[in-house]
Write a protein that binds this ligand. Structure first.
Ligand SMILES: [Zn+2]
Ligand SMILES: [Zn+2]
Length: 156
């Protein structure tokens, strides 16, 4: 028996969550709505860089954090205060990816906003710079099958 006419079973939000991996206690609410047909399948904990990856576009640093265009938001000042410059973009990108995938796989994230684009999560990135411990909260989007992509290296 069909509870819903064909074609209306999956809404955009359910579709964007399809095959996305979450910790069972840190996942989007289910059911999302009345007549939601989504199901949870259990998988074993993902392994960083084996079946799970974090991707941070280099441009998040070269064309955003360190760009003149967005200097007004104060994020560049923050990074520069810590001694980072645009030349560190590749290094920062790699460090973000290493820490983020590890924390995602260890369920060390916070659930953020969920909409038609997907489920956002926040992940703390730690740096030790000149003897100081620093924590930057970064924003990521959960993609299917163990992938997360960086939205912002430093959330507002
Ligand atoms: Zn739905
Ligand atoms: Zn659903």
């Amino acid at each position: 028996m069909e509870a819903y006419p064909k074609g209306l079973i999956h809404c955009p939000i359910c579709l964007v969550l399809d095959k996305c991996w979450f910790n069972n206690i840190l996942k989007p609410e289910l059911p999302q709505h009345e007549n939601c047909h989504c199901m949870v399948n259990n998988i074993s904990r993902p392994i960083p860089n084996i079946n799970s990856n974090a991707k941070c576009d280099l441009k998040k640093f070269t064309d955003y954090i360190f760009s003149d265009k967005y200097a007004w938001n104060g994020k560049r000042d923050l990074f520069e205060m810590l001694g980072f410059t645009i030349k560190d973009s590749q290094c920062l990108k790699e460090e973000y990816e290493i820490q983020a995938v590890r924390k995602y796989c260890n369920s060390n994230y916070k659930l953020g906003k969920l909409d038609m684009q997907g489920q956002r999560i926040d992940i703390d990135i730690k740096f030790i710079k000149n003897g100081r411990n620093l924590v930057f909260t970064s924003g990521w989007m959960v993609r299917p099958k163990g992938v997360i992509t960086n939205n912002t290296p430093l959330a507002d």
